[in-house]
Design a protein around this ligand. Sequence first.
Ligand code: BGP
Length: 479
Amino acid sequence: MEHPQVTPFPSGFLWGASTSAYQVEGAWNEEGKGPSVIDKAVFNAELSDFKVTSDHYHHLEQDVALFAELGLKTYRFSLSWARLFPQGTGELNLAGAAFYDRLITLLVQYHIEPLVTLYHFDLPWALQEKGGWSDPATIDAFERYARMAFERYGDRVKYWLTINEQNMMILKGEVIGTLPPGTPDPQKALYQQNHHMMLAQARAMIACHQMLPTAKIGPAPNISCVYPASARPEDVLAANNFSAIRNWLYLDLACYGTYNAVAWSFMREKGYLPTVTEQEMALLRAGKPDFIAFNYYASATVGAEQSAHAREQGEPTRAVDQQLAGIDTRVYAGMNNPFLKRNQFNWYIDPVGFRITAREIYERYRLPLIVTENGLGAFDTLEAGNKVYDDYRIAYLRQHLEQLQLAISDGVEVFGYCPWSAIDLVSTHQGIGKRYGFIYVNRDEKDLKDLARYKKKSFAWYQQVIASGGQNLNPQIEY
Ligand code: BGP
């Protein structure tokens, strides 16, 4: 569908940017913070760990001033559960609570709307030791933690996100999940964890609505449209299967309080069915989101089986990135997509898929959407004069914003866009070298250097885009 005239971005659109606590804050064991699963995980020893990261904890004022200069209308960040409750439950760590007080108050002073994720991959280690999300007590701990956050910050925070990329935690359980290595029957355990997280989310949404009647809360999964490798019906069916298992399982539970039928039959067939009670299903139906936040990096392509060509070329399936996380080759095979380019990390780049994804979500759930992650990871180079000429990132973001605007023109209700990431931070698996930020942080994988902040060319670009309210996605940039 072509629009002779595109619809402008709505007034009051939340132009933003995102981070998460464990990737940006550093101060991993300071002022009473407890360890999280991230602090205990074993990562690639050649790459940065998560101890100092961008040291945002000690650069708070400087960083927020830069976000204000960028012109952000919203800033999406996560609270570190283990900074607030070092034991996951029990005593609140007042120093940790004061840190987020400072951050939120600063944002409000700069007229930047705080958009707060309660939980972004970093479960407190103390809870993990007791079984983590396999233990129903973690549901109670999450509700208690969420209630504290609503009570303490609810006077200044209107927008809340429950759990970041729950689907990736389940589908990539071995990497960012919370499953201890060696767990017997890991898939079954993960789907039980998924059910528990859904209950925790529902309880948090109910508590939010009770405690803060004017606040809004929603889930934040990673959603990608799924293309069939060909028009062959079996491939189309495979794409349909994968979309149910990767995407709709999570959003159907969050929005309708029901299990997606295809995903349910997949779990039954494989012996992964969680234990579920009627009372729990009633709770899931009662917890309703006000909006859907979603993260999008690229589309996924799947087929019913490997193509003969791919086999001959020794190209069995495409490299598995997060878009194809949890691919179960008995149900579908991840395929390359010859129509798309890739980035330096082999992730596809698919701006049109972004429009398709937004349409699919809106058509299914009819809730307002906000994009909470979208961006390009790249090896940036710091050049003379402390400049970073990241035209590739500008191109990526511009193309995605053009498609988002087309989605809005298609009738999709979108109220904000928060690219990943506001400032350089440590990638989930690929170190600090995989940079996403508008602001360069001067450090290497192992050498912390001076952690100075430098504005990239994309900073100047986004600043003008925001200043124009999205009317000019291709501004003249002086840099
Ligand atoms: C999402 C996570 C983010 C971030 C991003 C980029 O899955 O929510 O925390 O890491 O992906 O991924 P990566 O860091 O692997 O490039």
